[in-house]
Design a protein. Structure first.
Length: 372
């Protein structure tokens, strides 16, 4: 057996990234146990119908991870050992290890930027034309900038050093970074992952002289991955700065792109299957329609042939009776000639021209509408 350790945040992200049925097979845990763990750690899980809506591109509601949780922050899953121990690592942990062992990367944030990325240069040029703000409430509004960095003046250089290191690492890993519609994106496998670095503030309790209780506002950096859909945040913490989390951050950005890419492939496959099924269905319906139309035409022509022969028999009988009685008049002779022409016009094997019936449908024998 092998133990896998998940933080509360990692488990929350897992259950919102893939259906529980997939996680059960991947991590060899029972449905009951996984749901109980999520319940005990106050981790919301997608409700019934969520993945079906996702499948068809319908709007879905993603529940945020509740704050203020005081319980344990990690959970162990027991899984069977496979021949390859890497299989028992979570994909995110495996990717993070690959990144940490990537000798091309420099994931140490320097104290001073040298040879800044072009996005950092453009950002500085943009900010040099902005009003300098100092109050914690006056976080830079970034409309018009090329990077989503919302911090106040005291944290600007730190934010730029962090972003410069992250951007360079992303480029080394083969990913493009671009700005569109006031949002910074990273392109991972042609999937766009939004990034935003911002400054957040919170109040903490402090005890002053005389044991009096007061509150102090502190600020910290927070990197947000995705803005509107399933946002993921990495924050300065009590023991870990955001700079020390760079390998994990980079791995998470790439993993989000991989998940989106796999989801896009699956959606494309399902859409192609749906289109193919629809094509086959329409093709079958057309064949059925054509076949039924052909069969109806067969019946109608057979009926016309039978009716035409019946008419001829009747006309011949009228003529024969008149001859027997020596009573063929001029009018009767004209009628016999007229009737035989109508039978020939109606007979599907003859369909002779008829001046008066030329515009009449032989199948329905309905007079077309006349213009008023």
């Amino acid at each position: 057996m092998k133990e896998l350790i998940f933080t509360r945040d990692e488990l929350y992200n897992l259950v919102w990234a893939e259906p529980i049925t997939v996680l059960l097979k991947k991590y060899q845990i029972t449905d009951h146990k996984l749901r109980k763990i999520c319940k005990d750690m106050f981790i919301p899980i997608p409700k019934s119908g969520y993945w079906s809506k996702m499948k068809f591109g319908k709007p879905v509601k993603i529940e945020k991870l509740p704050e203020g949780y005081k319980g344990k922050l990690e959970v162990n899953f027991s899984v069977k050992m496979d021949e390859d121990p890497i299989i028992n690592e979570t994909p995110l942990v495996h990717l993070q290890k690959q990144i940490e062992n990537d000798n091309r990367l420099n994931l140490r944030v320097p104290s001073l930027i040298t040879n800044p990325d072009k996005l950092i240069i453009a950002y500085r040029e943009f900010m040099s034309q902005r009003k300098i703000l100092t109050d914690y409430r006056d976080i830079y509004k970034m409309k018009g900038a090329n990077l989503n960095i919302n911090v106040n003046r005291d944290n600007t250089e730190r934010a730029l050093r962090f972003m410069d290191t992250l951007i360079k690492a992303l480029r080394v890993r083969g990913h493009d970074i671009f700005f569109r519609n006031q949002t910074t994106y990273v392109s991972i496998k042609n999937e766009e992952i939004a990034l935003r670095l911002k400054e957040k503030t919170k109040k903490i309790k402090v005890i002053k002289e005389g044991q009096s209780l007061d509150y102090q506002r502190i600020s910290f950096l927070s990197l947000q991955i995705r803005e509107n859909w399933h946002p993921i945040e990495f924050n300065d913490g009590k023991y870990l700065t955001i700079e020390s989390q760079l390998p994990k951050i980079l791995a998470r950005i790439e993993m989000e792109g991989i998940i989106d890419h796999e989801r896009s492939i699956q959606w494309k496959k399902e859409e192609d299957e749906r289109v193919e099924k629809e094509r086959i269905k329409k093709e079958l319906e057309k064949r059925q329609d054509d076949d039924l139309a052909g069969f109806n035409d067969l019946i109608n022509k057979a009926k016309r042939r039978y009716t035409a022969e019946m008419l001829r028999d009747y006309i011949n009988l009228v003529e024969q009776k008149a001859i027997e009685k020596n009573s063929i008049s001029e009018d009767l002779a004209k009628w016999i000639e007229w009737a035989r022409k109508k039978a020939d016009w109606y007979d599907p094997f003859v369909e002779s021209f008829d001046e008066l019936l030329n515009d009449i449908d032989r199948e329905s024998l309905i007079m077309p509408k006349r213009s008023k």
